[in-house]
Structure formats: C-alpha cells, structure tokens
Design a protein around this ligand. Structure first.
Ligand code: ZN
Length: 378
C-alpha cells in the first residue's frame, strides 16, 4: 500500500513537471510525505525483568568440561547471542571477584577487593540499588555466603571484601526483596552484638535458615524474604548441597508478581571458582552442572514469560584449567596452570529481549551499561 502511494506520488510529480514546461496549470496539491514505519520485528524490545547469572570462575574450559561430563549437552546451548568481556581490574590484569562483580554492578573498573566502591574508594550506586529506586523488585541468590564478594558487590559498599559483618549490615540499608545464601553467623553472631536477623524481621522480612526448615519446604508469606542456607560457606554440591536450582525457581516465582515495574535478580554459582582454586576438576564439573541446572530453570521461565532478559557470564576464569590429550567425554584428563584466577576473556550468553546488545567483545563494565540501557533507564 505504501509502495503504491509512493509510486503514485512520483507519477504525479513527474507528470506535473512535464505539463508545466509549456502550459500554465494550477499547481498540484501538496503531497503527503511517505513515512516508512519500522516493522514490528525491527522495534527494539525492552525487557521488564533482568536475571544476571554469574558462574564464579567459569571460563570456557569449565563450561566445556561440564558439557562433556553431562552427556555432551548444557542448557547454555539454548543461548544464541554470545559475546566476550575483558575482565581485568583497575589495578591488576588478574581480577578478583570483588572488582569484577563491582564492574557488573556499578559499571566501573576498580581495585581488587573493592565492594561497590570506585578506585578512589567512593561508593557507586549499583544496578540493584537503581532497580530499587525505580520501583523494581530485587533479589540475590548465591551458593557462597551471601556476604561473599559477588553478591556483596550488588548491595554493599565496603573497602575490603573480607569485611563480612559490615557487608551484612549493609543489607539493612537496602530494600532488597529476597536473598538466599550462606553466612548466617555474620548476621546473628557478630562482634558488635547486633542481631541482624532480628533487625530484618523488625523491618518486615520473613527470615528463616537451614536450622528452621529446608528451603524446599518453606512457603514465602508475601513479606520480603531472607533465607540463610548455612552458618558459613554452604557445602559443595558433591557433598549434598542441592538448593541452587530450587532457589532460582523460588526467587523468580517470588519476584515475578511483586512489582508491576519488573524485577532484577542476580544468581551466582559461587563454587565453580572454589573447584578451580583447589585444582579439583570434579569439583568444577559438579558445580558447573549444578549451575547449568539452575540456568535451565531460569530459561524455562524466560521462554514462557517473553519479557525477561537472561545474561549468563563469569567474573573471571580460575585455575588456568585445561582439558588435555587422552581425554574422553566421561574421563577427562585435566591440568591447571594456577591455583588463582587468570586473565582470559570471559564468555557472555544472553537470551530474551535486548539480548543482541551482548554480542561482540567489550569491557566487563559494559555489562552494567547494557543492562541499564536494556531497562530503558537514563
Ligand atoms: Zn576466586
């Protein structure tokens, strides 16, 4: 229809020009300019919700080892938009989890050990704090303590990552709707004698821990929700920890109808990194598969929902992990070059509205920028 209109307009213009050359005629009526509207497919879609999933220490070899050991498949394969980020810290080519998570959370490079602070030790607002400010529901889930570097960098502002009690106290300065992770002792057996679990209850939270009830048995009652999965570090999955896939689903069910503005949720598979530090391939593989099972839960929701952007990435690789000659899918011959982090580029997988923006190679700080833009914030 528009093409036809355009052709007619051209015809009228050409005809008038020919006729006008020798005769006097009344000028043609002004033509309406043809406006080409983008087709619905070209309209950029904005997600209502963002779920950022961080596999701590999850480089490409960790993913590969998980895939080979899991019958040659992972839920991660469903992602079609894939990029790489540059993970280095402000003061070191080899980042730690605090600087890296602060880059995701705040969009800045900072020094190793910094929690939500810039290189000059100034607090920087996190994506979770922006989400709270804009009326979204928010959540944090981890298989480490909830005050460990990665989750901490989304909610706390401290000079050193090991200030666990100070980081726990920062949870009280926010309106985070849900958090699930270990580290109960930093909330209720503190040097300053504060009982933060009680304070959370007084603030209107439903608070529970592994001592009260299994996470799988518990029913959120509509209040903000805090669940402590261990007194300090949760167990490795190979030793019986089994809550991450369930916690991922529970968090989504909890957050999805909580605000009409949407939600922001960060889920960390924390212990892939610990397998790397321990140079323990089986530890890495079991944690990788557990994280992938959680990714499957998240994707199940995102596929049905259609308004959720899922981003899966890591803060850095750990161990200089390699799969060597003589390997078979069910018996990998592995080696490590380090018991610490390495400076490898790190894969980023994105699914859902806005996922295209995560293709290419970019700084780790761009993960924040891209999430911020995807939400349509200015
Ligand atoms: Zn580490």
């Amino acid at each position: 229809m528009k093409k036809l209109l355009f052709a007619c307009t051209i015809f009228v213009l050409v005809s008038c020009k020919t006729l006008n050359s020798g005769t006097t005629l009344t000028p043609p009526p002004p033509t309406t300019p043809v406006v080409v509207e983008p087709s619905p497919q070209e309209t950029p879609l904005r997600p209502k919700n963002i779920i950022l999933m961080i596999g701590d220490g999850m480089g490409l070899t960790q993913i590969s080892a998980g895939l080979y050991s899991n019958g040659m498949k992972l839920a991660l394969e469903k992602f079609k938009h894939i990029g790489l980020h540059k993970c280095y810290a402000d003061n070191d080519l080899i980042t730690d989890s605090a600087a890296a998570a602060t880059s995701f959370a705040c969009g800045i490079k900072t020094y190793n050990g910094a929690i939500g602070l810039d290189a000059q030790e100034k607090p920087v607002k996190t994506i979770l704090e922006y989400a709270e400010m804009k009326g979204l529901a928010t959540g944090l889930v981890a298989t480490s303590t909830i005050v460990h570097a990665t989750p901490a960098s989304f909610i706390a502002h401290q000079k050193v990552r090991s200030m666990y009690e100070e980081i726990a106290a920062d949870f009280l300065n926010t309106e985070v709707d849900l958090f699930i992770g270990g580290g109960k002792k930093y909330f209720d057996r503190r040097v300053d004698k504060r009982n933060l679990l009680k304070e959370l209850e007084e603030k209107g939270y439903q608070v529970a821990s592994f001592l009260d009830e299994d996470l799988k048995e518990i029913q959120p009652n509509g209040k903000n929700f805090a669940y402590l999965t261990a007194d300090s570090d949760p167990l490795p999955v190979a030793q019986g920890r089994d809550y991450l896939p369930h916690a991922s689903k529970l968090s989504i069910d909890f957050l999805k109808d909580r605000s009409k503005e949407g939600f922001f949720l960060m889920i960390e598979g924390s212990q892939i990194d610990w397998g790397g530090h321990a140079n323990d391939a089986n530890y890495i593989i079991t944690e990788m598969i557990d994280f992938d099972n959680s990714i499957a839960e998240v994707l199940k929701f995102a596929e049905e929902d259609g308004e959720t952007l899922v981003i899966v990435t890591a803060d850095h690789e750990t161990g200089g992990f390699a799969i060597q000659k003589g390997s078979k899918p069910d018996s990998l011959v592995t080696a490590f070059t380090s018991d610490y982090h390495t400076a490898d580029l790190i894969p980023v997988f994105a699914y859902g509205p806005g996922a295209e923006a995560f293709m290419g190679i970019y700084e780790n700080t761009a993960i924040f920028d891209k999430m911020f833009a995807a939400f349509g914030w200015k």
